[in-house]
Design a protein around this ligand. Structure first.
Ligand code: ZN
Length: 271
C-alpha cells in the first residue's frame, strides 16, 4: 500500500485513485461516524483554518491586513514542496521524515510559510516528540519521506483522502496527511480559541493518525479536549486544545468518537 503521495504529484495521481479506493476502509479518517466504527487505529480527519499574514507598507504603526488567500473549490493536484530543514542531532525515538506540500492553486500562502507553521507545531516541546517515541524531521522534495503533509483545496482533499468526500474536513490516508485549505483559512465556528490554536490542533490531530492513534472523546466537562478528539466537529463540553502533551504529560481521553454532522462542503474562495 503504499503510497508515496509525492509521486502522485507528477500529475498522474488523479488517475490512480483506484488503488487508493481499495484502501479506503483502512484509512477513513475523521469522517463522520456514519459508516464508521468509531476509532480505527489508523483513522483520521480533522479540520483546520487560517491565513498567513505578511505586513507590508510604509507606515510602520498602521495595522497590516493579511494578504488574501484564495483557492478554487477543486485544484489541479499540482504541488509546491517545501525545502527540508537541516538534520538535527540524533536522539531517542524513531525518526519519521515528512514533506510539506501546498497545492499550486492556493494563492497567497507560500509553501515556506505553511511549512514553517507545520514544523513549529511538530517541533513544539508539547508536541508528539515529547514522549521520546518519535523524532520528526522535515525533508525536501527529492529526499525520501515517511509521510507528506498536504495543504489541499476541498476537491483535492477528497481525491487524496479517499473517504467520504465531504470537502470540509481534513484527513489522514496512509502516508498522506491532508489539511483542507478552507479549514486552515477559516477555522471552525465556535471553536473558542484562536485560528493559530486550531491550526496547530489540526496538524497534530492528523499527524497523530499517521503515528497510529485513533479518535478519543472528551474526558470531562471543562477539561481540555484531547488532540485526538474530533475538535473540528464539536468539543462536547471540553475546551479547545491543540497539543498532545500538557504540562509535560500526555493528555488523552477515552477511545471513541461522536456522531457529529459535517457541515456542507466548501466552495472556492476568490481572491
Ligand atoms: Zn481524526
Amino acid at each position: 500500500m503504499s503510497r508515496n503521495p509525492t509521486r502522485a504529484r507528477a500529475g498522474g495521481w488523479r488517475a490512480r485513485p483506484l488503488a487508493a479506493v481499495l484502501l479506503t476502509g483502512l484509512f477513513a479518517g475523521c469522517a463522520p461516524p456514519a459508516t464508521a466504527e468509531s476509532n480505527p487505529p489508523s483513522a483520521g480527519a480533522t479540520r483546520s483554518g487560517s491565513v498567513a499574514s505578511t505586513p507590508a507598507g510604509p507606515v510602520r504603526s498602521s495595522p497590516v491586513a493579511p494578504p488574501p488567500v484564495s483557492y478554487p473549490a477543486d485544484g489541479g493536484g499540482r504541488w509546491a514542496v517545501a525545502d527540508g530543514e537541516p538534520p538535527t542531532a540524533a536522539g531517542p525515538g524513531r525518526l519519521l521524515r515528512y514533506r510539506v506540500a501546498v497545492e499550486r492553486d492556493i494563492r497567497g500562502l507560500p509553501v515556506a510559510d505553511f511549512a514553517a507553521e507545520v514544523t513549529r507545531t511538530l517541533a513544539d516541546p508539547q508536541g508528539w516528540t515529547a514522549g521520546g517515541a518519535w523524532r520528526l524531521r522535515r525533508v525536501g522534495p527529492r529526499q525520501p519521506a515517511d509521510f507528506t503533509v498536504y495543504l489541499a483545496t476541498p476537491g483535492t482533499r477528497d481525491v487524496l483522502c479517499q473517504d467520504t468526500p465531504d470537502g470540509y474536513t481534513s484527513c489522514r490516508n496512509g502516508d498522506r496527511v491532508v489539511i483542507n485549505v478552507a479549514r486552515w483559512v477559516k477555522g471552525v465556528p465556535d471553536y473558542g480559541a484562536s485560528l493559530a490554536v486550531y491550526r496547530r490542533y489540526v496538524i497534530n490531530h492528523e499527524v497523530g493518525h499517521r503515528l497510529g492513534l485513533g479518535h478519543e472523546r472528551c474526558p470531562g466537562r471543562g477539561r481540555p479536549a484531547p488532540v485526538m478528539q474530533q475538535q473540528t466537529l464539536g468539543l462536547h463540553g471540553c475546551t479547545a486544545n491543540a497539543m498532545p502533551y500538557l504540562d509535560g504529560r500526555r493528555h488523552s481521553g477515552p477511545p471513541g468518537s461522536y456522531a457529529d454532522p459535517i457541515p456542507p462542503r466548501e466552495r472556492g474562495r476568490p481572491g
